[in-house]
Design a protein around this ligand. Structure first.
Ligand SMILES: *Cc1c(COP(=O)(O)O)cnc(C)c1O
Length: 365
């Protein structure tokens, strides 16, 4: 017996979010007994050869997808992106203890708050006065000299904005919270010092956070740091200092393999542009729906929009849910609607939503 596609609704959740059906099916097939192992991945030791193959395979596939050079390390950590807000500052701020943060939303502000516990933080750019409806232009970013690093958030999950260029960090390492758009497009890894991403938006289930960091930065990690909070611990122990989230890493591995089989990140970018294009066109061609992010800053992953009134928004969300479109309510900080259309979200789901939007407009416009 198979619980199939026909039971699945369209899941627009911002995270944890939709996973590729093929990946879920493989996990289901192999859940009771991994082929050739006779045990579930939920039951195996993280010190087993089987798990070595899983985590090494996941790392190798991530390296292939992103073209990660040999002088970068890949870590599989716990604590979510939120723990990275602390670890980045604790590990990378010393000895200078001055960092630049570019503020483009709630997540960047949370990252900044944790960095402030370690050292001095300079707000190198912010669009808060415009309610974070856009990404700063290059000429609006003012770096300090000799900063430990420059931190930014590549995709602002709540506001539906996304950087279309890599900020120039001068001579400082560039640090990026890529939690909600990691692997939605190719990245030029050598431009970055460190990239982190909670898996549960675009890469897998909750429970694992991916970190890609340039090896030389490990020399900044003080031996006085708590063992578990030091990047050096996890780099030295290949993410196996303590028990890692075995199942989450296995699932990420399946997603990475799937992305390679689908044609890699250029192909994902193409698909994401198509999907987002259909939705943004529907919004732009109507006077009923209104996009909230400025056009040049619009996210491929989270499409935020409003209706003429909050009453209509509530009605839209309720009727959409009844019609099989889940997770469209905007974040509580900003209201409105948000359609999260990550890599795994199917193009048919976007077409179906646009169709629903037209009918709703006709009935209520
Ligand atoms: C969801 C999200 C986070 C928080 O992730 P957790 O894994 O829940 O800590 C941080 N940054 C961004 C950009 C996010 O979208």
């Amino acid at each position: 017996m198979n619980v199939t596609t026909t039971d699945r609704i369209y899941n627009f959740s911002a995270g944890p979010a939709v996973l590729p059906l093929a990946v879920l099916e493989q996990a289901q097939r192999d859940l009771i007994s991994l082929p050739g192992v006779g045990m579930s991945v939920l039951e195996i030791s993280h010190r087993s050869k089987t798990f070595d193959n899983i985590i090494e395979g996941a790392e190798a596939d991530l390296r292939t997808l992103l073209g990660i050079p040999p002088n970068y390390r890949v870590l599989f950590l716990q604590g979510g992106a939120s723990l990275q807000f602390s670890m980045v500052g604790m590990n990378l701020m010393p000895p200078v203890n001055r960092a630049d943060y570019i503020l483009t939303g709630v997540w960047s502000k949370k990252a900044l708050k944790e960095a402030k516990r370690v050292g001095e933080v300079n707000v190198a750019g912010s669009t808060e006065s415009e309610s974070f409806t856009r990404i700063p232009r290059p000429d609006e970013i003012k770096l300090q000299d000799g900063a430990s690093y420059v931190h930014f958030t590549s995709n602002n999950t709540i506001y539906g904005t996304q950087w279309k260029y890599d900020p120039d960090p001068g001579s400082a390492p560039l640090v990026c919270d890529a939690s909600s758009d990691f692997l939605c497009r190719p990245l030029d890894i050598p431009r970055y010092g460190l990239i982190y991403a909670g898996a549960q938006k675009n890469v897998g289930p909750a429970g694992v956070t991916l970190v890609v960091l340039r090896e030389d930065l490990l020399s900044r990690c003080s031996p006085d740091l708590p063992t578990m909070l030091s990047y050096k611990t996890h780099a030295d122990e290949k993410s196996l200092y303590n028990t890692p989230p075995v199942f989450a890493i296995y699932m990420v591995g399946l997603v990475l393999r799937y992305l390679i089989e689908q044609g890699g990140l250029d192909h994902q970018l193409y698909l994401n542009q198509q999907k987002a294009g259909v939705l943004y066109d529907a919004i732009d061609n109507s006077s009923f729906y209104r996009g909230t992010a400025e056009k040049e800053s619009r996210s491929l992953m989270n499409v935020t929009f409003r209706l003429p009134s909050e009453e209509l928004e509530a009605k839209f969300i309720a009727e959409a849910k009844a019609a099989g479109f889940d997770g469209l309510k905007g974040h509580r900080n900003v209201g409105g609607l948000r359609a999260s259309i990550y890599n795994a979200f199917p193009a048919e789901g976007v077409d179906a939503l646009v169709d629903f939007m037209r009918k709703f407009e006709k009935a209520n416009g």
